[in-house]
Structures are given as structure tokens and as C-alpha cells.
Design a protein around this ligand. Structure first.
Ligand code: GDG
Length: 480
């Protein structure tokens, strides 16, 4: 199979599938978790492009192959030591907490930084091999921030876009990073740098100004209204592109599926109200806070355990890292304690699962839930909130959403809360439950307004908007 000559290449830390070994030693591929894969798969399928990324297992170097949907997958090998230094270390114990406003303290480790640089160089070699002359390369996320700069040097013929899926912190926080200049230089190799929100783009532009760069224009809520002009004359577009979902995949429940939703409700004991949480098990997502809020409402009698049930689906994530282990154990302790205090045997008040579920089942959970609780301390966007809304084309349900999730900018009809303030989470949850009983038509209107927003601004619009601006940025940059 010819692997060279791809006109459109997406590069992300992970491939959209993970390599798994069956008990008999043979290999199989399963979809890999997380928001980035959810967002990018449809885009690549429509371009029949090439996806460069790690197959999810250390030391594995499978041959490139084409998916049924026509996407060429090009695996990049990471050793166990790369995985520890580049992925678990610098990406997830340095950058992740720093970019999420220090919810836990980042570790600054020189060896991790060296591993990060090494792996970015390796990704650049692989991309240079598969990209055609003049190809468009779209680099994804915080694990690959050096890649645009390395690629620019190696392959000046490429058009390079970069999109950050997590928040970008204020210049004051960012300057903690010992390798801040190198990181910014890496990003500035791109023709276009995209963020979810205007606030993220503003933070980056402020940082560029402080580094003495020539910044023209200001960030705005959508697309590119600001540019950075480098001393060598090249111009880089900076803009906001709020990511979304393939909304139509979540709407339109068939009669059979509605039956499945009703059955799921029965399996939970047909409670009057079902509250749902769906997250990767990550300390940024505020799972413990929401359990604590629920427990306090049961404790004071504001909620009746015979009437209300909370379902928490928590997908395993970054399980070897200490902060993740600690979060999991606190969450599981809270689930046990709440059930111990308020449930009857055979009738849990909190249903908890630490395993992923199939997308078809996830849709049913979303549709079934009367209230969706999304309470991150900080989140780039949060696709779960949008998926829930997309499943409620009938106007049912209510969304409780953290002010600190990027999605709050668009989903203003949600019950917004401050997850750092338990009273605020409790009030938002109670208000949502009460309004479902007392003001059903207002609730329907709120949900339908959000549904329209998500349907009209779907993931296809996101990618078209980014790629359209990338073409313009490249033309402007080349003309400079
Ligand atoms: C990062 C940023 C940004 C979850 N459990 C299951 C499952 N999921 C899917 C959801 C959703 C995705 O995973 C999670 O996306 P989020 O956006 O909520 O969160 P992150 O993984 O942290 O994503 C985030 C995103 O990138 C995109 O830019 O929004 O801010 O942190 O799609 O449905 N899917 C299935 N089973 C599960 O059990 N099938």
C-alpha cells in the first residue's frame, strides 16, 4: 500500500483505535476513548486522509493500514520509557495540570522534558514521510506543541494548523514552565493556532505580546481576528474554534431504542428522577464534588433516596498516575459511603461503573437521564454536555453545567454552577429538579434552544471553519 503522498494528514498523540492483545496472543483494534477521537474521526473519514498517532501500547509497531471508512492509520512507536517520560510525565503530570489552572501541582522534570522533545521529533519524522509536497497537516493537542516548529524547519512546503483541545492558561501561570520559550516557538511554527474559546486565544496573544512579538488584532468568539507577525515576516493566525460533536449521531431515537431507554429505567428500579454523570475518571472533572453535593442533599432530606437515583459512568484514564489513583479511590469511597448511608439492599442510590460502555448504550443513558451533571473545575469544552443535549431533541431533561467548562459559553440555557462551591452545585441540581416538576414548558424551551445551538454548530462546522481559516492564513502568511 502506498503510504506516501497524503494531501491531508492529522497528527494526534493517539490513533483513533487502540491495539489490544487477545488471550490467544492475536491482535485486535478497539476504538480509543476521549473527546479528541470523537471529534476528529468524522473529519478524517470525509477527507480520506492519513492519521498519524500512537497505537496505545508501548513498544508496538504495527504496519499502517486503512480503516473500513478509508482512513489510513500510520502508527508511531513509543517505548515504555517514552510512555513514562513523554506521556505520563510531561504531557499528563506537567502540562495537563498547568493548563487546567493548577487543580493539582504540576511537576517540572528535566528528563520528562527531554522525552517530550524526543517524541515530538519522532512524530515529525513520521509526518514528513507520509505528507505529500504542499500537504496540509493538522496537529492536535498539548502532547505535540513542538511539532509545528520542527515540521516548519523540516518541510517548509507544508501548510500547518495546530488545535489545542484543552484550555490555554493565563500568561502568569504559563510562565512557571521552565521551557516556556521553546514551547511557544514550537507553536509558532504553525500557520494557524486554534483554541476552543476567545479567552484561551486572548491568553496566548497576551503571552506573545509579553515575549515582544508583534500582535495585530484581538481574539473573538469565533474564527480568526488576530495575527502574530514574526520578525522574519511570516504571519500566524490565532483564533477560537469551539469544538462540537456529530450531533445527528445522537438524535433521532427509533421506536426500538426508546424501548431500550424504558428498559434501562426499569432496570434502575424506575425511580422518579435519574441524574447522570459521564466522564473520564480525571481530577479535573469534579466527580467527587458532585457526589458530595448529592450526599448533602440526601442528608438534609432535600432529596429522597426512594425517589432519586444517581448514575455515574467513569471511564478508566491514566491509571498509573498518583493523582488519578487518589481521585479514583476518593470517588469509590464516596459511592460506598453514600450507598451505605442511604440505599436499601438491592436498591442502590448511586450506580457506579468504572468501565466504558458502547456508544449505543451511552446514547440510551443520555436519553434516559432527567438531569445531566457536568461539573468540571476546568474543561476545554466538554463534549459530554453537548452529547446529552443532542440526545434530547424532544426537549426533555435538564443540564447542570460548570461555569468552568468551555461548553458554558454556548449552552447558556443550562443550570450553571461553580464546582468550587458545593452550595452552588446543590442549588443548581435542586433548581433543575424542581423546574422539571413545576415548569415543564419552560424546561422544554430551554432544552430545545440548546439543542438548536448544538445541531447548528456541529463538528463538521468546526473542522470546516478551522480548515477554511487555515487556507486563508497560509495564503496571507505566504504573501507576507
Ligand atoms: C478533551 C478535553 C474537549 C466517555 N465515556 C465513554 C465515552 N466517552 C466519550 C464521551 C465524549 C468523550 O468520551 C469525552 O469528551 P470530553 O470532551 O467530555 O472530555 P475529554 O476526554 O477530557 O476531552 C475536552 C475534548 O478533548 C475535545 O476537544 O471537549 O475539554 O479535555 O465524546 O462520549 N464513550 C463511550 N463509552 C464511554 O463509556 N463510547
Amino acid at each position: 500500500m502506498s503510504e506516501r503522498g497524503n494531501d491531508f494528514v492529522v497528527v494526534a498523540n493517539r490513533l483513533p483505535v487502540d491495539l489490544e492483545t487477545r488471550p490467544d496472543g492475536s491482535h485486535t483494534w478497539t476504538p480509543s476513548p476521549g473527546g479528541l477521537v470523537t471529534a476528529l474521526s468524522p473529519v478524517l473519514e470525509s477527507h480520506q486522509g492519513c492519521w498519524v498517532g500512537w497505537p496505545g501500547v508501548a513498544d508496538a509497531a504495527p504496519e499502517p493500514f486503512r480503516t473500513d471508512a478509508g482512513v489510513l492509520l500510520h502508527p508511531v512507536k513509543l517505548t515504555e520509557s517514552d510512555f513514562e517520560g513523554f506521556y505520563e510525565g510531561f504531557s499528563n503530570a506537567t502540562l495537563w495540570p498547568l493548563y487546567h489552572d493548577l487543580i493539582v501541582t504540576p511537576t517540572y522534570d528535566r528528563d520528562w522534558w527531554h522525552a517530550y522533545r524526543e517524541v515530538n521529533l519522532r512524530f515529525a519524522d513520521e509526518v514528513a514521510e507520509v505528507a505529500a509536497e504542499g500537504a496540509t497537516v493538522w496537529v492536535q493537542d498539548y502532547q505535540l506543541q513542538l511539532l509545528p516548529g520542527i515540521l516548519r524547519q523540516k518541510r517548509p512546503d507544508l501548510t500547518i494548523g495546530f488545535f489545542l483541545h484543552i484550555p490555554f492558561p493565563s500568561a502568569d501561570l504559563f510562565r512557571q514552565l521552565p521551557w516556556r520559550e521553546e514551547l511557544v516557538r514550537g507553536l509558532l511554527g504553525a500557520d494557524l493556532i486554534g483554541f476552543h474559546l476567545e479567552a484561551n486565544a486572548r491568553n496566548f496573544l497576551e503571552l506573545a505580546r509579553r515575549q515582544g512579538l508583534d500582535v495585530q488584532g484581538e481574539a473573538s468568539t469565533r474564527e480568526v481576528t488576530a495575527h502574530i507577525r514574526l520578525p522574519q515576516g511570516r504571519t500566524i493566525g490565532v483564533g477560537a474554534f469551539p469544538i462540537s460533536i456529530a450531533a445527528k449521531d445522537f438524535a433521532a431515537f427509533t421506536g426500538e431504542e426508546k424501548g431500550d431507554v424504558a428498559k434501562l429505567r426499569e432496570e434502575l428500579g424506575s425511580p422518579q428522577r435519574i441524574i447522570l454523570g459521564v466522564d473520564r475518571l480525571d481530577y479535573t472533572k469534579g466527580i467527587l464534588q458532585r457526589l458530595t453535593a448529592f450526599e448533602e442533599l440526601l442528608d438534609t432530606g432535600a432529596l429522597d433516596p426512594e425517589e432519586v437515583t444517581l448514575v455515574q459512568l467513569a471511564t478508566p484514564s491514566r491509571e498509573r498516575l498518583d493523582h488519578y489513583k487518589a481521585t479514583r479511590s476518593k470517588v469509590e469511597e464516596a459511592v460506598g459511603r453514600i450507598n451505605g448511608r442511604f440505599a436499601r439492599v438491592g436498591h442502590p442510590v448511586v450506580h457506579y461503573q468504572h468501565r466504558g460502555v458502547a456508544k449505543s448504550l451511552l446514547r440510551c443513558y443520555y436519553r434516559m437521564a432527567d438531569v445531566m451533571l457536568v461539573t468540571p473545575f476546568k474543561d476545554g469544552m466538554n463534549l459530554v454536555a453537548k452529547e446529552y443535549v443532542a440526545c434530547h431533541d424532544d426537549g426533555s431533561g435538564a443540564l447542570v453545567l460548570s461555569e468552568f467548562a468551555g461548553a458554558a459559553d454556548e449552552l447558556s440555557q443550562a443550570y450553571l454552577c461553580n464546582p468550587f462551591d458545593i452550595e452552588s452545585v446543590k442549588a443548581a441540581l435542586l433548581n433543575a429538579l424542581k423546574a422539571l416538576d413545576d415548569a415543564p414548558s419552560t424546561m422544554t424551551q430551554r432544552m430545545l434552544t440548546m439543542h438548536q445551538q448544538v445541531t447548528e454548530h456541529d463538528v463538521q462546522l468546526w473542522s470546516q471553519s478551522f480548515l477554511g481559516c487555515l487556507r486563508q492564513a497560509e495564503e496571507q502568511g505566504a504573501g507576507a
